[in-house]
Design a protein around this ligand. Structure first.
Ligand code: ADE
Length: 247
């Protein structure tokens, strides 16, 4: 997977892309990232990338010319590369969107800054617009890092355990249940007996029920979309009955 990231602040990416799993993914050739400074594509002598908004008002708007020039130069005529504008107005980034993006061999991300980006970038250059949540960041850079991270860990061979991305919270539309490691008793708090039982089928069922329970408690909105078996539905029905009795 190759990412092209267009930004006014390429130095912001140094730490996150040079540690741990993202670092190893680049070393193994599964991930490559090219950072492009939008300022380098501003044709004027002062490399100006922003200007006052037409119609007045506060704040500055990112000019269209440097962004168009950067995208056209970086893609050099290559078609079918999604050109994604990061903005709080985009479609919401979810695990399903991460999976969708992971199927592309190359993605281009445009990080907006200031008060906004000239509307012509959104309308005539970007093919997609993504928001990482309903809050406003100072720019798209942190959003780009989130997307690179969430997409990269889905690429084959990036995580040690190939099944890991399928067991994650959100992978099957549910939150994951609790995890424990040694010691079996820590400050009087014991690990649930079932995890020490060696009964793999019982452990698998318990894990599924814990995932259902946690999702029901914390994110019941997810249950409507989740992939549930008849056994899962029976477990949830039982929770509802218990809950009604305790009310
Ligand atoms: N830029 C500013 N806020 C953002 C958000 N929530 N998601 C993506 N890009 C942004």
């Amino acid at each position: 997977m190759h990412f092209d990231i267009l930004t006014l602040f390429p130095a912001m990416f140094r730490g996150p892309f040079e540690e741990s799993i993202l670092k190893r993914a680049q070393e193994s050739g599964r991930l490559s990232i090219a950072l492009h400074n939008i300022r380098d594509y501003a044709a004027d002598k002062h490399h100006i990338t922003d200007d006052a908004p037409y119609g007045g008002g506060g704040g500055m708007v990112m000019k269209p010319e440097p962004i168009f020039a950067a995208v056209e130069s970086v893609l050099a005529g290559e078609e079918d590369v999604p050109v994604i504008l990061l903005s709080p107005q985009g479609r919401l980034f979810t695990q399903a969107v991460a999976v969708e993006l992971s199927h592309h061999p190359r993605l281009l991300l445009i990080c907006g800054r200031y008060e906004g980006v000239d509307e012509r970038v959104r309308r005539y250059l970007a093919t997609d617009e993504i928001s990482i949540g309903d809050y406003v960041l100072t720019g798209g850079e942190l959003a780009a890092m989130v997307i690179v991270d969430a997409v990269t860990r889905l690429l084959p061979g990036v995580l040690g355990d190939p099944g890991a991305p399928y067991q994650d919270s959100h992978a099957a539309g549910l939150l994951e249940g609790p995890h424990y490691t040694r010691p079996a008793v820590f400050r009087d708090h014991a690990v649930p007996d079932i995890l020490l039982s060696g009964n793999h089928a019982a452990v698998a069922r318990w894990r599924r029920e814990q995932a259902l329970l946690r999702t029901w408690e914390r994110r019941p909105d997810l249950l409507a979309q989740a992939d549930l078996t008849p056994q899962d539905r029976a477990f949830l029905a039982q929770l509802l009955v218990k809950n009604a009795r305790s009310d």
